[in-house]
Design a binder for this molecule. Structure first.
Ligand code: MG
Length: 226
């Protein structure tokens, strides 16, 4: 019977933490050099507020920022900010050192590989392609396609259905207990938590529910389990 391993993308296959902040600050500094009348920290605070308000997948944060500061949009500053943000972000986009070797190992073990990711489909594909991982995965399922996000069971069921394999033959690898792990457990998949620390409440929950969970600090340790 077909066996499969599904991965989360962000902070599971590659390191996202910190890079968005660096890219945003670099963008703001370029905008400040070009006439945005704020200090970096104040500009960053304002940008954070706008991102919180509009959501991180909204694509006009810099438009809103210039409008708030000047009372109107400033196209040159917006373009400078966007280009710098994207350039820095892509320059910092790096796999965890052992991601590639782990995927190759799993392929060698005849696992089918998939992705289950909360996010915008094109953006998540863009990351996989830029990271050089797109050919590894037989199925990539996003919350945008599924219409629901992890931990909703439906996104896991959709991924299993597309892969043509059963939950009990499948493993979910992710860094968020509340999204990746809980959802997968609820549909009957095995689970591996990476790059993450459990809260006390989560530990109590695991014990109470008798959840069987492997915890590894590095994706390469998945090789020792599978
Ligand atoms: Mg993640």
């Amino acid at each position: 019977m077909k066996k499969a391993v599904f991965f989360d993308i962000d902070d599971t296959l590659y390191d996202t933490s910190g890079f968005a902040k660096l890219a945003r600050k670099a963008a703001l500094n370029v905008m400040i050099d070009a006439g945005l009348p704020l200090e970096t920290e104040d500009a960053y605070k304002l940008l954070r507020e706008i991102i919180k308000e509009k959501g991180s997948n909204y694509d006009k944060h810099f438009n809103v920022l210039t409008k708030r500061v000047f009372g109107e949009e400033k196209p040159l500053l917006i373009a400078l900010g966007m280009i710098t943000y994207h350039n820095v972000k892509f320059a910092l986009l790096r796999l965890f050192p052992e991601t590639m070797s782990t995927l190759i190992y799993l392929k060698g073990k005849r696992y089918h590989l998939g992705v289950i990711s909360n996010g915008i489909t094109i953006k998540q594909w863009e990351k996989l392609i830029r990271l050089g991982l797109n050919h590894f995965f037989d199925q990539v399922v996003t919350s945008q396609e599924a219409g629901v996000a992890k931990p909703d069971e439906k996104i896991f069921q959709l991924a299993l259905e597309r892969m043509g394999c059963k939950a009990e033959k499948s493993i979910m690898v992710g860094n968020k207990f509340s999204e990746d792990i809980l959802g997968a457990v609820n549909v009957g998949m095995s689970v591996i938590l990476v790059n993450s620390k459990l809260t006390e409440a989560e530990e109590r929950y695991i014990e109470k529910e008798g959840i069987k969970l492997d915890i590894v600090s590095d994706i390469s340790e998945v090789k020792e389990i599978l």
